[in-house]
Design a protein around this ligand. Structure first.
Ligand code: SAM
Length: 252
């Protein structure tokens, strides 16, 4: 699925896209999601984002969500009961919800996965904490497990924000310039070409002549060549993937 079909997929459905988040730290979400494109998307009704405190689905005086791991070891583990109760309650409110767990051991989040998620009407993101979750959550409650990279964060709030941000900018109407996500890094398997703006010369460093030429065909050709060059030099893994995926297609 490319950006165009992901966006067309969403246009078939009634807006807004609904994203629910289950977290132990709801306060962490205010700020990053209240600025810029995310703020506009929420205000204009493109994105309906709801942050829920997992402790609201506990029933004891201490609002307990975690317990020590069977078999011993450091840290605490999120208990299954509040998570199952919360997810089942939130899913009952929507017809079609994709439930996603954030975990370092999940599949690696990418632009391709963001496109896939942008076509789904409702997402429910679960932010882990402590040592993680009781494994039965992964086995029996969720549809997918996503990691945002090969490193360990304190909790799943930042991964959830990364996913929300990446998906939201793919929703129709979220960006001022509708063509922006079609041409960005990863949208065609390549990194993006370099950008320049005024002045044409800064501290002796000149903008490439072709960009000042007004020759649109030459500019497009230069940009494609630069995108290929960058990808080969900086991300040979992406270049290999592209070559294997499209052996007969000429890229530049
Ligand atoms: C301290 S981490 C737990 C790490 C876990 N013990 C492990 O070794 O895989 C706590 C929570 O942060 C989130 N988290 C941390 N790093 C992440 C990553 N790279 N991608 C997605 N979620 C992550 C997950 O929700 C995780 O349950």
């Amino acid at each position: 699925m490319n950006e165009t079909t992901a966006r067309a997929g969403r246009q078939d459905r009634a807006l807004p896209m609904k994203i629910d988040v289950l977290t132990l730290f709801p306060g962490m979400f205010s700020g990053p999601l209240d600025e810029s494109i995310l703020k506009r998307a929420r205000q204009s009704g493109i994105l309906d984002l709801k942050i829920h405190d997992l402790r609201d689905w506990t029933h004891d005086r201490h609002r307990t969500v975690d317990d020590s791991p069977y078999g011993g070891g450091p840290g605490m583990v999120l208990k299954p009961e509040p998570l199952f109760e919360a997810v089942e309650a939130l899913k009952a409110r929507e017809q079609e919800t994709r439930v996603i767990l954030t975990a370092p051991s999940g599949r690696l989040f990418s632009q391709a996965i963001a496109r896939e998620l942008a076509a789904v009407p409702n997402l429910l993101l679960i932010c882990g904490s402590y040592e993680g979750y009781d494994e039965r959550v992964r086995e029996h409650l969720v549809d997918d497990v996503l990691s945002i990279g090969d490193y360990v964060l304190t909790n799943g709030n930042l991964p959830a924000m990364v996913i929300i941000d990446t998906v939201t900018r793919l929703l129709p109407g979220a960006l001022g310039d509708e063509s922006s996500p079609l041409d960005e890094s990863f949208s065609h398997g390549l990194l993006e070409y370099p950008h320049y703006t005024r002045p044409a010369e800064f501290r002796g460093w000149k903008v490439p002549d072709v960009l000042l030429s007004g020759n649109h065909a030459a500019i497009e050709h230069w940009r494609k060549a630069q995108a290929v060059k960058r990808t080969v030099e900086r991300r040979p893994d992406l270049w290999d993937e592209l070559r294997w995926a499209r052996p007969k297609r000429k890229v530049s």
